[in-house]
Design a protein around this ligand. Sequence first.
Ligand code: FAD
Length: 472
Amino acid sequence: MSKTDSQRPFHVIIVGASIAGLTLAHCLSSTSIDFTVLEARSDPFSDGAGLTISPNGARILDQLGLYQDVLDQGERMVSHSTWIENGHLLRRVDTRQIRSVRRTHYPLIIISRRALLGILYTRFQRRSCLSFGRRVCRIEPSAKEVTVCSADGSSVSGDLVVGADGVYSTVRTQMWHHINNVDNAFVGLYRLSEVPLTDSFAGVFGTSQSMPSLERGSVHRTYGHGWSTIIMIGKDSKVFWFISIARAGASQAMPHRSSDRACLARVVEPLLEKHIACNVKFGEIFDRTESCMLVPLEESLQTRWSWGRFVGIGDAVHKASMTPNLAEGANCAIESAASLANYLSAFARGSTSSSTQERLDLTLKIWEDSRKRRIKSLFIVSQCAARIEATTSWVLMLLQTFVGLMHETGIGLLTDITSRTARVDYLPLPRRRDAEHDPGNKEEPRGNMQLSTLPLTATVSLMLYVLHALGM
Ligand SMILES: Cc1cc2nc3c(=O)[nH]c(=O)nc-3n(C[C@H](O)[C@H](O)[C@H](O)COP(=O)(O)OP(=O)(O)OC[C@H]3O[C@@H](n4cnc5c(N)ncnc54)[C@H](O)[C@@H]3O)c2cc1C
């Protein structure tokens, strides 16, 4: 194994012990790379509502030996229904028959964020590498190493700092400070600059007690006038819900962020009488709420994900790609972590003929470019989906209907395993025991994929054209 310039083993400091950070830590555990994880929270178990694990994320969790726990603690999705706000059903899809699910034998899984983080934490063997209650506040890179300082006054030095610290990433901020104020970097005539976060939509996430009329494993998506909802029924019939509200059309000034029940009751008040499934109004779900929070749904795809000894994964660099409308946030964070681990593992095994910093720069740039290609397409689809599902424009409402009717194809394409889907290259691909014809890890050949993406490509092009024409 190659050593760093100073002959120390390569040491990675991961900031954030959530989905991206803990997945990376699991991946690096099977390599010779040293690592430290710093997490601001003092509690390993963080809150949130429900997430979906799709085949692209499931395959990596399977490689890491975590998938059975996900199956045990999650609920297999059986149906996905798309409604319009008057209670009219646009389309019901049997999700077990979706092409990616049938082909890979990884069902779509509904799981609470807390349960997924619990699995990632409790199944992690090298606990001594993990420190909670360590909020990173400053990062000092030098030619030989990077020093990461926490608010409690402690610091740790290593070769690379990975920002897995979410949408308000301190690592990203520190990286851009370095790019602009220390390196004063330009590409041609243009000064490199951080992409600002935008929040055209507010999101309300919640968890409610079960309702007899909502079946386990069912998902209900409703298109409203200026809003959209996704209701997922998980294990023990727990109801996970999400509302996206267009800020532009909102009748009242909405707070930026809140978990105060009275405040949230005012925000969702206009939706209480809206149908979100057959004979179910949103008010019935809200009445059973156990926890909920209002957050801005930030969007931004950063132009740089790495610089010098800094790199970012997950929401820290590709937040918008994953508005919850696409339910790909967790899966993409898992994929980014696995793909970075592949490149770092190859880097650590590589020759030392050139300087460590030069090789590291090149490795990270190649990784970043390859990941961006995959994330960019999801980013565009996600932005379109968020706007179309909550539109008030009649032109986009036509598209809404089209998108609703196309859901089976859309979900199949977005969640499928292709040659571009990341996996852990240095770990074996598990054989799916329930595979009928083939193991679940088989990748869709490019040719077939291109053929089957034609309808989606056409749809997205049309969406983009209309969104552009409307200046949205
Ligand atoms: C509280 C919360 C609830 C959520 N609920 C849902 C949900 O219900 N449904 C859904 O689809 N998505 C939800 N998400 C988003 C979803 O978890 C992410 O989109 C996705 O999983 C990507 O995760 P990530 O690991 O990149 O970032 P995140 O999950 O945001 O994790 C970032 C981690 O970094 C830590 N951190 C931040 N700053 C620092 C710092 N300076 N020093 C050290 N540590 C730091 C945070 O405490 C956090 O643990 C939620 C996110 C959060 C933060």
